[in-house]
Design a protein around this ligand. Structure first.
Ligand SMILES: [Zn+2]
Ligand SMILES: [Zn+2]
Length: 386
């Protein structure tokens, strides 16, 4: 278990450096190890994480004071500090952006490959971004077409306000684990070998709480119900995820909060079928409407609209109503509504209706049925005129 380096050492400044000196040292190192400069070099990435963790604590005079107090403690190794969590999320909990400046947040996205997962692999316990949370939300097609605001209620961990994340009861402190003496690791001999494993007593934290905080039972965190409003943009579709930055679980050791992902499911609609940004709607019309033409009212996502059916409309014919579909989620384009006509053959005729249809039949010629005539000609050729 490598010992954690001192935050001042990481930034290359003295313990009595001014805030401005700390800031300058940080900016210099952040530039030096930025992925744009290093082409994604893993070692540089690790360095940058260290630098970020150090700066996150030292840039904040309050956190710096806590840190100084902790590291002047004879047992105060840096790993223990990270394990406490007192430097990290406590200060940032509750503020919407997780306490990080906005550009800094983007920085972490690049660093930890958020959303890609696995960013914290092989990471020491110095600093760890919080876990992401996922929340599923179902909306109707009409809501998807217009956009909708939803109130999301979920439960997430917060740093315990009573013990400030240490897990120790008020007035007490966690003590160095007697089993591993604060390293968080124990060595077990196996024949000739000795292997290192996380300390079973403290779970790798290096410290144990003998007098646990009553509010969090020593865990250092409590579950808190949270309610936020989320705007789902018009055009959103099933399977799309919306990221709400900094609303996930708190990080450790100064790491940023994870994100909350809203996973959207658009419910089945009885009238409209979605096809990308278009919506398809099947409308039955009567036999005379198809023959004579008509103006009909059709439902759209924005209420009713009029559609002109030309005389001689065929069953299955499609009519495009421009701009009455769903807006593109990126706002570049608006889909159409496509109406598929279904000509309904009349049934349960009265005697008089039947007589009229029979009379119509007798008066019809192949002129009235070009499709049927063409079909007969093709079929005749197919059977060789026989
Ligand atoms: Zn507590
Ligand atoms: Zn231990």
């Amino acid at each position: 278990m490598p010992r954690q380096r001192d935050f001042y050492e990481i930034l290359g400044v003295s313990k009595d450096a001014s805030q401005e000196e700390i800031r300058k040292a940080y900016l210099k190192l952040a530039h030096q190890y930025h992925p744009d400069k290093t082409g994604g070099d893993k070692a540089a990435e690790e360095k940058l994480k260290e630098v970020n963790a150090a700066y996150d604590t030292l840039k904040n005079p309050e956190k710096r004071k806590q840190y100084d107090a902790m590291s002047s403690n004879p047992f105060g190794d840096m790993g223990g500090f990270g394990g406490f969590g007192s430097a990290g999320p406590a200060g940032s909990a509750g503020s919407a952006g997780g306490g990080f400046d906005a550009p800094f947040d983007d920085f972490f996205d690049v660093l930890f490959g958020r959303g890609g997962g696995g960013g914290a692999r092989g990471h020491r316990r110095t600093m760890r971004p919080g876990n992401d949370l996922e929340y599923r939300v179902k909306i109707s097609l009409r809501e998807a077409a217009r956009g909708v605001q939803r109130t999301i209620r979920f439960s997430r961990s917060e740093t315990c306000p009573d013990c400030n994340g240490s897990g120790a009861a008020r007035g007490s402190q966690p003590t160095v684990c007697p089993e591993c003496h604060g390293s968080g690791q124990v060595r077990r001999s196996q024949g000739f070998f000795s292997i290192s494993q996380p300390c079973p007593r403290c779970g790798g934290a290096g410290r144990i709480v003998t007098n646990p905080c009553s509010r969090c039972s020593g865990r250092g965190s409590v579950k808190v119900d949270r309610e936020i409003k989320v705007d789902l943009p018009a055009g959103i579709d099933t399977g799309q995820r919306l990221r709400v930055a900094g609303e996930g679980e708190p990080g450790e050791g100064g790491g940023p909060r994870g994100d909350l992902y809203i996973l959207v499911e658009v419910e089945h609609d009885d009238i409209f079928q979605r096809d990308g940004n278009d919506v398809i709607c099947q409308v039955p019309i009567s036999f005379p409407q198809a023959v004579l033409g008509d103006k009909i009212r059709v439902p759209t996502l924005n209420g009713e609209a009029e559609l002109k059916i030309p005389a001689g409309a065929q069953s299955g014919q499609l009519f495009r109503m421009r701009g009455l579909g769903i807006p593109d989620v990126h706002g570049y384009h608006q889909g159409d509504q496509i109406v598929r006509i279904q000509v309904e053959t009349p049934t349960r005729l009265t005697k008089e209706q039947r007589e009229l249809i029979e009379r119509f039949r007798d008066l019809s010629s192949s002129q009235n049925y070009p499709l049927h005539r063409r079909f007969l000609e093709t079929a005749k050729r197919f059977f060789g005129g026989g």
